[in-house]
Design a protein around this ligand. Structure first.
Ligand code: NI
Ligand code: MN
Length: 237
C-alpha cells in the first residue's frame, strides 16, 4: 500500500481489517473462525490495535472476545455490548453511544445510527446488547470511512453523510437480515457517497443481493464506484 493511504481488507461478510496511514490496524465486526468465506490465510489477527463491534449478533461479535484477549486491543461498542464483553474478561472496553466520538490511537471513531436489532446470544440466553450501530472512522489524512453495520435503509443516512462527509461506505446489500439491493440503491442516493464497498451478501444462500444488481440500479449515478472485492482482497481507499 502506498504511504498516507487507508487500506481495507475484506475478510468476508461484514468483517474488515482497516489499516491507517500509520499502520494502525482496526478490526471491524470480527467473525473469523465460523465465517465460511473468511480465507484461512487471513485468520491471524493477534496484532490488531483496535476492535469495533457494530452489534451483538454472532456474525459480528463471535471472535471479538478471543481476539481482544489475544491482542490486547481495546473494544469499542455501544455501552451495553461493552458491558457484556467486559464480563467475558476483556479489560479494555470503551463503551459509547450514538452521536458520540472518541479518539483511539491515530483515529477518531463516531458511533452512528443503524436500524437493526442487537441481542447477544450467550449460551441459551439472549442478552440485551444495547442498540445496533454503525461507525464513521476518521483518519489522520482526513479520509473517512463509514461501516454501516447491519441496517435497513433510513432517511437519516442523508444526515449522517451530510455531517461527517464519508469518502467510502461499507454497505450491507444481502437482504433478509439487512437491506437488499433495492434499499441499498436508495441508501447510495441518500448518502451521495461515490465509493461503495458492498458487504453482508453471498455468505449464505439467503443473502441474495449482488453487486451486479446494485450496479444496475445505480447506473445513472455519475462517478459511482462499487468496489469489487473477494474475501481476502485489500483495497487502497
Ligand atoms: Ni445482525
Ligand atoms: Mn449480520
Amino acid at each position: 500500500m502506498a504511504d498516507n493511504t487507508v487500506s481495507a481488507q475484506w475478510l468476508g461478510h461484514a468483517t474488515f481489517l482497516v489499516t491507517s496511514p500509520e499502520g494502525y490496524r482496526i478490526l471491524i465486526d470480527p467473525w473469523i473462525n465460523g465465517n465460511p468465506v473468511c480465507p484461512a490465510g487471513a485468520k491471524d489477527l493477534s496484532n490488531v490495535d483496535l476492535i469495533l463491534v457494530t452489534h451483538g449478533h454472532g456474525d459480528h461479535i463471535a471472535d471479538a472476545v478471543p481476539i481482544a484477549l489475544q491482542s490486547g486491543a481495546p473494544v469499542i461498542g455501544v455501552v451495553e455490548l461493552c458491558h457484556w464483553v467486559k464480563s467475558k474478561g476483556v479489560h479494555d472496553t470503551r463503551g459509547m453511544n450514538k452521536g458520540g466520538t472518541q479518539v483511539a490511537g491515530p483515529v477518531s471513531v463516531t458511533m452512528v445510527h443503524a436500524d437493526h436489532s442487537c441481542g447477544i446470544t450467550d449460551g441459551d440466553q439472549i442478552v440485551y446488547g444495547g442498540e445496533a450501530v454503525g461507525y464513521v472512522v476518521r483518519f489522520s489524512n482526513g479520509y473517512k470511512v463509514w461501516h454501516m453495520g447491519d441496517t435497513a435503509v433510513f432517511g437519516d443516512m442523508a444526515l449522517i453523510a451530510d455531517i461527517y462527509r464519508p469518502d467510502a461506505v461499507m454497505m450491507p446489500i444481502g437482504d433478509h437480515y439487512t437491506m437488499g439491493v433495492v434499499e441499498a440503491a436508495r441508501a447510495v442516493r441518500l448518502t451521495g457517497v461515490k465509493k461503495i464497498i458492498p458487504m453482508h451478501f453471498g455468505t449464505f444462500p439467503m443473502l441474495q443481493g449482488t453487486r451486479e444488481e446494485l450496479r444496475s440500479l445505480c447506473g445513472d449515478i455519475d462517478g459511482l464506484e462499487i468496489v469489487e472485492l473477494k474475501p481476502g482482497d485489500t483495497v487502497c481507499l
